[in-house]
Design a protein around this ligand. Structure first.
Ligand code: G3P
Length: 356
């Protein structure tokens, strides 16, 4: 009897295990079968693969470029329906300048908002088309960026370095001198240590204008001014007000020697991973952002000049001809520029001026 009971128990266990197995198989097969109810007949959508992209910039949050970038990033994330997640990092908390551009060249999931001069580290002619005192208005500059000459540089940098330039038009104002003493002529710059971005174009320009260029990333300048490591910086009214440098230096001398303008760059490796629709969204939203940044910058410059005056800043006119002459040799300093590029630029500029 005992033996009979043992055999019976074993049989029951085998049968119940077999039953479990059958049930498991049936469940796996049936869970994906859609219900027959009309409202739930659609096949569940495949989960969207999210592409997370870092957007890195030196601008601080209350500068117009950063304000416009926040809107661009939000619009792209929303329009992509969750397939793109751009994450904006301002104030240079992530690599900017040369280090930031290296991320692009190495094909990281990265968008860089940085001076066009940093494209000049790869294709030197970018420095030629953004040289000192070339432009008197934003419109002249925009027209130059549209010429076959500059579009050719965009093609070259894309093909040779995998840097896709989405925009060259994020302006933030003409750059002038912010110092402790007024500057009206090149001699006034003598002996002054002036911070410049890490760029040959800026180094040569400030040197030619009479100062001692000291290259450092912008976020380091506030402390450097306070510690006396530098005597001044150069930049736009937006930079001056937005980064509160009026707390350190109170004289703004209007040299307008270079245009403050950022390029938007992305690696071709990342670009090629995006769908056509995602590429369109990026292009269109960065274009809209550029327009907004431009309109707001133009509007805000006058207001900020007034606010700076209220903070005790004095504005100074300078001897423009003297600075123009002093800076002329900059265009002869670059032995890596395409021979004859400066003449080509002047020809294009004449055409632009004639058409405006
Ligand atoms: O916030 C910094 C920005 O306004 C200017 O940076 O490096 O072009 O002088 P930079």
């Amino acid at each position: 009897m005992k033996k009979f009971l043992s055999i019976l128990m074993v049989l029951v266990m085998i049968l119940s295990l077999a039953g479990c197995g059958a049930k498991a198989t049936t469940e796996t097969e049936t869970t994906e079968v859609p219900a027959t109810d009309e409202t739930t007949t659609e096949t569940p959508a495949a989960p969207v693969e999210k592409k997370v992209i870092t957007v890195s910039t030196k601008f601080v949050d209350n500068e117009q470029t950063a304000i416009s970038l926040v809107k661009v990033v939000d619009a792209i994330n929303e329009r992509s329906g969750g397939s793109l997640e751009l994450q904006l990092f301002t104030n240079g908390v992530l690599p900017i300048g040369k280090d930031g551009m290296e991320q692009i060249v190495q094909g990281s999931d990265w968008i860089m908002v940085e001076g066009i001069n940093f494209l000049g580290d790869y294709v030197p002619d970018y420095n030629a088309v953004t040289g000192p005192f070339l432009y008197k208005s934003f419109d002249e500059f925009f027209a130059m960026m549209d010429t076959p000459l500059v579009q050719g540089l965009n093609q070259k940098i894309e093909e040779e370095y995998g840097i896709k330039v989405l925009s060259l038009d994020w302006v933030f104002g003409f750059r002038s001198m912010m110092t402790k003493k007024p500057i009206t002529k090149p001699e006034d710059m003598r002996g002054l240590n002036i911070r410049v971005p890490t760029s040959q174009l800026y180094t040569f320009t400030i040197e030619a204008m009479g100062g001692n260029p000291v290259a450092m990333p912008y976020p380091d300048t506030y402390a450097a001014l306070q510690q006396g490591v530098i005597d001044g910086i150069e930049g736009s009214i937006m930079t001056y007000y937005g980064t509160q440098q009026y707390e350190n230096v109170k004289e703004y001398s209007i040299t307008n020697h270079l245009l403050g303008v950022s390029a938007i760059s992305i690696s071709t490796k990342l670009w090629d991973k995006l769908t056509e629709e995602e590429q369109t969204i990026l292009v269109e939203e960065f274009e809209k952002g550029m327009e907004e940044n431009l309109a707001e910058t133009i509007k805000a410059e006058e207001e900020m000049a007034e606010l700076l005056k209220a903070e005790g800043v004095t504005f100074h006119e300078v001897d423009s001809d003297a600075f123009l002459q002093a800076a002329a040799p900059v265009f002869t300093k670059f032995d890596n520029w395409t021979p004859g590029i400066y003449d080509q630029i002047l020809v294009e500029l004449d055409k632009i001026k004639a058409n405006q």
